[in-house]
Design a protein around this ligand. Sequence first.
Ligand code: CS2
Ligand code: MG
Length: 412
Amino acid sequence: MGEERGSGLTMRIVDGKVIVCSPGRNFVTLKLTTEDGIYGLGDATLNGRELAVAAYLSEHVVPLLIGRDARRIEDIWQYLYKGAYWRRGPVTMASIGAVDTALWDIKGKALNVPVYQLLGGACRDAVMVYGHASGADIEETVRAVAEYARLGYKAIRAQSGIPGLGSTYGVGHGKMYYEPTEKDAPTENLWSSELYMNFVPRLFERLRKEFGSDLHLLHDVHHRLTPIEAGRLGKELEPYHLFWLEDPVPAELQESFRLIRQHTTTPLAVGEVFNSIYDCQRLIQEQLIDYIRMAVVHSGGISPLRKIASLAEMYHVRTGAHGAVDLSPVCLAAGLHFDLSVSNFGIQEYMRHSEETDRVFPHSYTFAEGMMHPGDTPGLGVDLDEKLAATYAYRRAYLPINRKLDGTMHSW
Ligand code: CS2
Ligand code: MG
């Protein structure tokens, strides 16, 4: 089973443990241990559906890994992807992604190098990240953007409450931390595309007036518009030179981006809910987007994400990985190694984790002047304090849902 001829060495996987904890929010982590005591971590968190992935891993994947050679990363990925018969899907891909990430971590530790060195080495000194500024109204959002700029961020995503709508997704309660889920049952938000589209250009007009043209400004539509509405919004935002407009429409229908592209030069970013290269191959090959936002955990790991980045590179599409709080520090670290090593990196999302989360996942990555670096610790440079993790019990939590003013379910 997977022995390399002539090497005389093996590094058998002897244990696989799935750790579910909730230091401020829910995380699922896979820990694989080899016969020589080296262990690797992989993030397997699927926000709001965590236990499905935990069961997939512990019931169906870990038993297959015991005795397998941890050095054979690509072969194990193919074995789990093709061998499942049921390819793709967020649960499968988050599970495979956790295995792949843990194996890269192990290989880095075994060879005593940070993972980015295994991926071809650094293409840049550090990785530009964007932070999340939000407020209940324009004035509060302006203050939040100013705070991020003061902290050194070169790129800031701005979201604001919309007059006439009670609560809006993407608008945080606290200052620096934003948590989208609610315990026990989903919050129901009200939505009006008309009110939203009339408001957003005013927000960015104000932000450009306040901060000038150098700061990168981003905005997330959260899949809420139709293609023609997104075309109009993109066009109206053109004078404010956004770095990107994210998830303008639900993206199951890749060709819908043709319509948006016909109407606007505002750069488009999409992909946080994708889990396979087949979710974005048309978007990339027809150059319908500018940034692909898939992250390590939900795309099936570092190995497949590198293939997606290579496809994107051919078509002038850059990466802009999802990095919200539900992607654990293990995924963030894996993302930073990936970001540092691919030539067509664009930007990395960085939503700060809570202090509780950071204590459970000690890490070597750092933030300074709007840039991040994964550090030079062998492997990914993230650990998991299992004892501390065990003090934070899992609690069911859901992402909000969205209804139009007449009660119709709307895209979240
Ligand atoms: C958002 C996230 O970070 C983003 O761009 O869209 O808040 C996203 O909704 C959550 O990560 C979903 O789990
Ligand atoms: Mg988003």
